[in-house]
Design a protein around this ligand. Structure first.
Ligand SMILES: NC(=O)c1ccc[n+]([C@@H]2O[C@H](COP(=O)([O-])OP(=O)(O)OC[C@H]3O[C@@H](n4cnc5c(N)ncnc54)[C@H](OP(=O)(O)O)[C@@H]3O)[C@@H](O)[C@H]2O)c1
Length: 312
């Protein structure tokens, strides 16, 4: 997965300072290798091009997008400029039941149809025949107890897309125990990923969800790894001071050391390099005591790993 010498964006050449190393990857439950560091465009605001350009120039070749971000056409422009085989693309579909209070489907059959149409339009906007990973972005906003049947129907639509080759792997996002248990009752394919709001200081509730996922073969992937006070936790600051590195490097390392891939967003080359160093810097290995102290730091904000469960 090496780029040759440069990548071209919007008429200007972004020179790679050095040939990027092969990305560090993690094996998903179907054997697909996923780069552990992704750049997300969901929080890039008006800087989608700059964020993607800076990350690709630094060798971050995993791009995380979603139908809900409204950026697919722009991301599609970028993807068209980079060899497809050099990139790992994650995309997401919106829940089919209800958004912002509006009921979207009348039942399971319509949910499956609507999701299939969403996937087709997602691929068309991204201008690719398939993505590497396709996620259900959110649980049904009214909750999985009320709308379990719709979640199961939407998952069935992702399974059809997977069988048809529109995605090399499928998964979910923002799903807590209740939603995972609902989905797994009828699933023929176990989700490969559960992308969660997960960071240093998450505490025992987050850890118990991570363990549940691990028991089922589902990899937890983090977004918000730099947020919710993670970079200011005493345990993070202490581990950073001991190594003379920025706290962000400890916060990301803490995730990676548990096998948690990280979606981050920055157009700042120093920040991107710092995040990459968390994966590669040999002095970053954290001791078991440091790992536990960072997880359970009493100043952790304990952001709900299912933050969006009430969205809509
Ligand atoms: N599945 C979901 O529901 C969901 C929800 C939210 C986000 N996401 C995805 O995850 C992506 C990342 O989310 P996020 O914005 O929470 O990512 P994040 O990387 O945790 O947070 C971004 C913030 O952290 C700063 N930052 C990044 N790298 C840093 C570093 N090395 N040192 C210090 N500060 C650093 C950035 O500042 P600078 O810009 O100054 O570098 C920015 O303010 C989104 O774009 C989206 O694709 C998914």
């Amino acid at each position: 997965m090496l780029l040759t010498a440069s990548v071209i964006f919007w008429g200007m050449q972004t020179r790679l300072t050095s040939q990027p190393a092969e990305p560090i990857t993690i094996a998903l439950n179907n054997g697909v290798q996923m780069p552990v560091h992704a750049v997300g465009v969901g929080s890039a605001g008006g800087s989608v091009r700059a964020v993607i350009s800076a990350n690709i120039a630094a060798g971050v070749m995993h791009i995380d997008t979603s139908q809900l971000y409204g950026t697919d056409a722009l991301v599609g422009e970028v993807l068209a400029l980079v060899p497809r085989e050099a990139l790992f693309i994650t995309s997401k579909v919106a829940p089919c039941s209800r958004m912002q209070g509006r009921l979207l489907v009348s039942g399971a059959a319509e949910c499956r149809e609507r999701t299939a149409a969403q996937i087709a339009s997602n691929l068309a906007n991204l201008r690719v025949p398939r993505v590497d990973l396709l996620l259900i972005h959110l649980p049904p906003p009214e909750g999985c107890a009320e709308s379990c049947v719709l979640l199961q129907a939407q998952w069935a639509a992702l399974e059809v897309a997977y069988s048809a080759g529109y995605a090399r792997a499928i998964g979910v996002s923002n799903m807590c125990r209740e939603c995972l248990e609902c989905l797994l009752v009828t699933a023929r394919t176990v989700p490969a990923i559960n992308q969660l709001n997960y960071q240093a200081g998450i505490g025992p509730e987050g850890e118990s969800l991570r363990q549940l996922c691990a028991e089922r073969g589902i990899v937890v992937e983090s977004y918000g790894g730099h947020r919710h006070g993670a970079l200011a936790l005493p345990a993070v600051l202490s581990a950073a001071a001991a190594r003379g590195v920025p706290p962000s490097r400890v916060a990301v390392r803490w995730l990676y050391q548990q096998g948690i891939p990280v979606v981050s967003t920055s157009a700042n080359p120093a920040h991107i390099a710092d995040t990459q160093a968390a994966f590669t810097d040999p002095q970053m290995a954290l001791s078991p005591t440091e790992m536990a102290e960072i997880r359970d730091d009493p100043e952790g904000q304990r952001a709900s790993p299912c933050l969006f469960a009430t969205f809509g």
